[in-house]
Design a protein around this ligand. Structure first.
Ligand code: MLZ
Length: 265
């Protein structure tokens, strides 16, 4: 079937190999997703990670949850794995002697937070403790090598997981290049990022996998090398580069079949 992406064919087509599963901070056997729509839980505010907020499950995809902080608007949804250390059952914060915080950008007056919290939690369906899975430990070292293939979250479109290639390795960081998108979505991240997965993860967890983009492939000699990792002070920013290829075939390849669909953004 020409319209469905197959890693097996693609790896052959690009004469490349997948990064070994042991390189990733992911369970070898993906955890089950036992959450349900509408369930409430505690989550660290992605925009203010020291504060713990109430979140509602707005969607489920594979082993990931689409979350919205209660009291925030609908434009700041974020995704977390069911075995993320960023989420916990309701009551955890209080048990630790902490207080639940309004999200950054709480849409009401701060003085209405205690009452809002009370109302939010009364009668709410709380995600059971058994749905939260233990976060896997970090692999002991960065085992990635350039040109290895993987599946990675597109940070600009975080509902998407896409085929990607390791572009460069520097210390604890890796450069993730999205196949067929000319660098527009590439980023540096730590080797133990929870946003990267071994080849086959999406298929195993029944998460959609976006097929590679259809941008042209340039020979390595014409490609711009990736920029160095950003300093540890600022979060890794995706960097736009004009011309580069997501993969380096051993010989020039015919162009990939053009897939219809929306591009850019
Ligand atoms: N903005 C595009 C999505 C591009 C995703 C690329 N992923 C590497 C769209 O709206 O379809």
């Amino acid at each position: 079937n020409k319209d469905t992406f197959s890693w097996e064919e693609y790896l052959k087509e690009t004469s490349s190999s997948p990064a070994p599963p042991s390189c990733f901070r992911q369970s070898r056997i993906p955890p089950s997703n036992d959450f349900k729509m509408g369930m409430k839980l505690e989550a660290h505010d992605p925009r203010n990670s020291t504060s713990v907020c109430i979140a509602t499950v707005m969607g489920l995809m594979g082993t990931r949850l689409r979350l919205r902080l209660d009291g925030s608007d609908n434009t700041n949804d974020f995704w977390r794995l069911v075995d993320s250390a960023d989420i916990q059952p309701i009551g955890t914060c209080e048990k630790n002697g902490d207080m639940l915080q309004p999200p950054l950008g709480f849409r009401m007056n701060a003085s209405s937070w205690p009452m809002f919290l009370l109302r939010t939690l009364s009668g709410a369906e709380m995600a059971p403790a058994t749905a939260f899975k233990k976060e896997p430990s970090k692999p002991p070292q960065n085992g990635f090598k350039s040109n290895m293939k993987l599946e990675a979250v597109d940070k600009k479109n975080p509902y998407l997981i896409c085929p990607a290639t390791i572009g460069e390795v520097r210390g604890d960081e890796i450069f993730v290049m999205f196949d067929g998108w000319r660098g527009a979505f590439d980023y540096w991240c730590k080797y133990d990022s929870r946003d990267i997965f071994p080849v086959g993860w999406c298929s195993l967890t029944k998460h959609g996998l976006q097929p590679p983009g259809n941008s042209v492939t340039l020979p390595k000699s014409l490609q711009t090398p990736p920029p160095p990792p950003s300093s540890s002070l600022s979060p890794a920013k995706p960097t736009r580069r004009s011309m580069q290829s997501p993969y380096r075939p051993s010989a020039p390849l015919p162009p990939l079949p053009v897939r219809k669909g929306v591009r850019g953004r």
